[in-house]
Ligand binder design. Structure first.
Ligand code: GLC
Length: 467
């Protein structure tokens, strides 16, 4: 077994003991570093280059498909890749990435980075612009903008995410609904009715709507969707105004707090992606908010809801429909000992034919709009038709490009405020006013109000009329 597979195995062992408090980050970094340094101290061997790739969190299906992609890369180039796993909380991932990069030692060569991280981590990665000028112009503009900091292309998008509504087609039919809900208010009504009906039939654990309410980055994504659709802004606006303390955002948070324990389980305030997906795949929910990646497990052979669901854009509020723009890009570490090979890996994983294939094997939406017109992409994934449009006109971007290095502090403060409303520790007006002051302290920006309509950053919100 190569030293790198030993390393990967050891890291897997370390992650198995990961504590939710994140206290193990330091020991993990120390172990990673010492392993890398041992590797460096060895005399040079005439082995082919092996890159290390720190991936975002995946499950078995995803990592098996990724391994196959990487094996194909090795066949094409002779370069080997060792895939390192990562923790499942977005917040903990950022802590680990920062610690690894902050040491300045040659750790992983290629890092998967969240679309909101470039402003915080730009200094650790090489500028990809000179190498990918053509490819980047083919991407969704909002995605490319997310990975660009001060004209530096920090990462190449390879997974495009957007918040979507999953709904049970069989149940909607049974309860006389011909379409998924057009508005958030309709969703609440439909969820309550289906939940009451299913419980009356004896399904005591059945819930109307599951989503992600844990105090983690994914709550920022959920809450931003509720408030932006109602004209409640995107926390901090393009013109550096702190807009979060406004009546529309407050009403949107209050509505979500009402869901907790009524149409959504009380435990939803602790749900991350996998918690909601488990309830949904078990057949215990009528609606779920999730990313496109949830499709794979929902439609897997053992899923109790296989062929009984579909996806739609999230419901509209008074100002329109929006899903939070998420996603992951590939960045090359400035400390990599093999930057040339690392660039080859990024090029391969973001390549058109590899993306087309991945859209079939993993049902993963491509990052380039023109790929959505191909029959080999749309044929197996007819639901992608709505995604291509949504990525251009129906997204809200978190304010990471406005706040840069301070994004995590802003997002953490927002998460705590919304979470305190969901758990009824604070009233929404009280939480919004305190958050506004806290954000002034963090950013020194001025207080203000959101612009009229959807304020979504890099693209225009869907102006679709819903009534
Ligand atoms: C998904 C999104 C990412 C987001 C994260 C939150 O991985 O792609 O952008 O930050 O979920 O959990």
């Amino acid at each position: 077994m190569s030293s790198l597979s030993v390393l990967a195995q050891e890291i897997r062992g370390l992650y198995a003991g990961w504590s939710s408090s994140g206290k193990l980050v330091r020991p993990i970094c120390a172990a990673l570093l010492s392993l890398f340094l041992q590797g460096c101290a060895r005399p040079p061997v005439r082995e082919p280059v092996t890159l290390t790739f720190l991936e975002e969190w995946t499950n078995k299906t995803f990592s098996e498909a990724r391994q196959q992609e990487l094996q194909q890369f090795t066949r094409e180039t002779g370069i080997r890749v060792s895939l390192l796993p990562s923790p499942d909380s977005a917040r903990q991932r950022l802590v680990l990435w920062r610690e690894l990069l902050g040491t300045g030692a040659s750790g992983p060569d290629v890092y998967a980075i969240d679309v909101i991280w470039p402003g915080m981590l730009a200094e650790y990665f090489i500028d990809l612009k000179p190498y990918f000028a053509n490819e980047v112009s083919l991407q969704f503009p909002a995605t490319a903008a997310g990975y660009t900091v001060d004209n530096k292309l920090v990462a190449m998008a390879y997974r495009a995410d957007i918040g979507l509504l999953y709904y049970r087609t069989d149940l909607l039919r049974q309860y006389g609904y011909r379409e998924p809900p057009r508005t958030w208010d309709e969703l609440e009504i439909m969820a309550a009715r289906i939940q009451a009906g299913e419980r009356a039939k004896g399904k005591k654990e059945f819930w109307g709507f599951v989503w992600q309410g844990a105090a983690d980055e994914v709550l920022t994504c959920n809450a931003l969707e509720w408030q932006a659709a109602e004209g409640g802004g995107r926390i901090i606006e393009e013109d550096q105004t702190i807009s979060v303390n406004n009546p529309q955002a407050i009403r949107a948070w209050q509505r979500a707090a009402r869901w907790v324990g009524s149409v959504s389980p009380p435990g939803v305030v602790g749900y991350r992606e996998w918690d909601s997906l488990n309830v949904w795949v078990a057949g215990d929910a009528a609606f779920m908010r999730h990313w496109p990646s949830a499709y794979l497990d929902s439609q897997a052979a053992g899923s109790s809801i296989r062929d009984k669901f579909d996806t739609a854009l999230l419901p509209a509020g008074k100002s329109g429909r929006v899903g939070t723009l998420g996603g992951w890009g590939l960045a090359v570490s400035r400390f990599s000992a093999h930057p040339r090979e690392a660039l080859q890996l990024v090029r391969y994983l973001t390549r058109r034919d590899v993306q087309v294939k991945r859209s079939r094997t993993l049902s993963q939406p491509p990052t380039q709009p023109e790929l959505y017109n191909l029959p080999e992409v749309l044929g197996p994934n007819p639901r992608f038709a709505l995604l291509s449009q949504a990525f251009q006109t129906g997204i809200v971007s978190r304010p990471s490009n406005i706040i840069g290095k301070k994004y995590q502090d802003v997002s953490d403060a927002y998460i705590q405020a919304v979470h305190s409303v969901l758990t009824r520790e604070k009233s929404a007006p009280e939480a919004a006013a305190a958050l506004e002051n806290e954000l002034v302290g963090i950013t020194s920006f001025k207080k203000g109000r959101p612009p009229a309509g959807i304020s979504n950053g890099t693209a225009k919100g869907s102006s679709e009329s819903v009534h």
